[in-house]
Ligand binder design. Structure first.
Ligand code: S3P
Length: 177
């Protein structure tokens, strides 16, 4: 099977994009890039510091710039931050250059996972559960535009990876490259 395009993982904070992405890249024998980590390295700041010092609008511009660069590098597995796919120009770029995968998870699972960390500035603005619920309802219809949808609610990351590969193979038979 041949994936000449980058494979982009989208979905809410806590859905497992980074862990799944690392395993998927290892199985496919290609590089893995986490967009948030890429931005942190480039800026020499954490995502929290970028939000605090420069604001969300600047962060979104950095996401656009990072993703434009990363998607031009060819065959890679790329984990997006949860808000990146909400930007229409980014979705357009992904449509042109990549295969998108939405890692879907139920609200309770996401909440349980995000409560463990303080690294997500959007959730530090108020009650995490309320904010997460609001974001989830706004974003789910947009994530649903991805080429592939896999549910991670009940499975381990390894199971999610298997499902992604199954669906990629299915697309590959349809000559998606
Ligand atoms: C965000 C999700 C975060 C990070 C930033 C904004 C969002 O990434 O990009 O805090 O808007 O959902 P993860 O989805 O990897 O937590």
């Amino acid at each position: 099977m041949q994936y000449s395009r980058p494979i982009v993982l989208v979905g809410m904070m806590g859905c497992g994009k980074t862990s799944v992405g690392k395993q998927l890249a290892q199985l496919l024998g290609c590089d893995f890039v986490d967009v948030d980590q890429w931005i942190e390295t480039k800026e020499g700041k954490t995502i929290t510091e970028i939000f605090e010092q420069e604001g969300e609008v600047s962060f979104r511009a950095m996401e656009m710039q990072a993703i434009t660069y990363i998607l031009a590098q060819g065959r890679t597995v790329v984990a997006f931050g949860g808000g990146a796919f909400m930007q229409e120009p980014i979705r357009q770029l992904v449509k042109e250059k990549a295969i998108s995968v939405w890692i879907k998870a139920d609200f309770d699972v996401l909440l349980e996972r995000v409560l463990r960390k303080k690294t997500r500035p959007l959730l530090e603005k108020g009650d995490k559960s309320t904010i997460l619920k609001q974001l989830l309802s706004e974003r789910e219809p947009v994530y649903a535009l991805a080429d592939i949808v896999v549910d991670s609610t009940n499975g381990s990351h390894a199971v999610v990876v298997d499902h992604i590969i199954e669906k990629l193979n299915h697309m590959d038979n349809g000559n998606y490259s």
